[in-house]
Design a protein around this ligand. Structure first.
Ligand code: NAG
Ligand code: NAG
Ligand code: ZN
Length: 293
């Protein structure tokens, strides 16, 4: 399998990544039509698109909101209250850069998707300095002993939205996790959330485009990697790891294409239709792993 080296790609001029044009229907720039068709065909040939826990499924189930739980894997590093606020702002900013492509497009039923960090998982609550009021502090561990947010409250583990085992019930559930691992190079992303390096993220909290997080959130919205092939005529975009540091028009139109193809499962065939309940499949998950950027 051929790996694409990011060193091979020079940075393009800023004009390539205009903010999302508010086009109400499928009408991508003509130069993107062929590569978009190639990418969608490759996606349906590669993945089971009947999967019911894509980011789209989650935000519809949560009625246009997104709740995040942070997994803080470091056992020694403390986090101040101010840093936690910055973490939330950084995740909000990054998530919104994808959502902006959906708002106003092809029956997307929300004008915004407000995101909040509702919980933190830590090895020891003393790592969280200052007040933790308003968030759930979890000390659960996954099978590998790594702090995780209470599975009983997590959408990944309860795709039927039954949070009866969650101490705070559905109101205190979380939709996905942002998992911060010390010394972690590259990233991983999928329907369960995003995993990136603690140092990378914490030193980029005020960076406008936290590009590895943007890429992993692309996976949350079921966008694919491009380590083994590239579509015709597009060489710089966030899902081609290392080739872009911002969500480009091509990335945005890919995401719109996924929405366009998946929206019928929400009963959004035409404008104004009601959404449907989504039946989940508990065992499945979709994960992409990135070695480098
Ligand atoms: C929700 O899950 C609990 C177990 O956690 C189960 O006892 C209950 O029957 C479930 N409710 C529904 C409506 O499926
Ligand atoms: C997803 O499934 C794979 C294979 O079954 C497993 O190795 C992986 O740990 C799972 N990921 C999560 C986040 O549960
Ligand atoms: Zn990737």
């Amino acid at each position: 399998m051929k790996r694409i080296s990011w060193l091979a790609f020079p940075t393009l001029s800023l004009s390539v990544w205009a903010s999302p044009a508010k086009r109400a229907t499928w009408n991508p720039p003509s130069n993107l039509v062929q590569p978009l068709t190639q990418v969608w065909n490759h996606e349906v040939a590669t993945y089971n698109m009947n999967f019911k826990n894509f980011g789209y499924d989650q935000l519809i189930a949560a009625k246009g909101t997104a709740k995040v739980c942070v997994r803080w894997e470091s056992t020694t590093q403390t986090v101040t209250e101010a840093q936690r606020a910055q973490v939330q702002t950084a995740i909000q900013r990054s998530y919104k850069k994808w959502i902006d492509w959906f708002v106003g497009f092809d029956g997307f039923p929300y004008s915004s998707v407000p995101l909040s960090v509702v919980g933190w998982a830590v090895s020891n609550p003393s790592l969280l300095q200052g007040s933790t009021s308003g968030i759930d502090v979890y000390t659960n561990r996954d099978s590998g002993g790594i702090p995780e947010c209470n599975p009983a409250c997590g959408r990944f583990f309860h795709q039927d939205n039954n949070y009866s085992g969650c101490p705070g019930g559905a109101a205190r559930h979380y939709d996905f996790s942002v998992w911060l691992t010390p010394g972690f190079g590259g990233g991983a992303g999928g329907d369960w959330g995003a995993r990136i390096g603690t140092e990378y993220f914490m030193s980029n909290l005020n960076t406008e485009n936290i590009h590895i997080l943007l890429h992993e959130l692309g996976h949350y919205f079921a966008l694919d990697d491009f380590y083994d092939w590239t579509p015709t005529g597009v060489t710089n975009f966030i899902m081609l790891a290392g080739s872009a540091t911002q969500i480009t028009d091509f990335d945005g139109w890919m995401a719109r294409d996924w929405w366009r193809h998946l929206k019928s499962r929400y009963g959004i065939a035409k404008e104004g239709a009601n959404s449907l309940e989504i039946e989940g499949s508990q065992a499945a998950n979709l994960t992409w792993v990135d070695q480098e950027f």
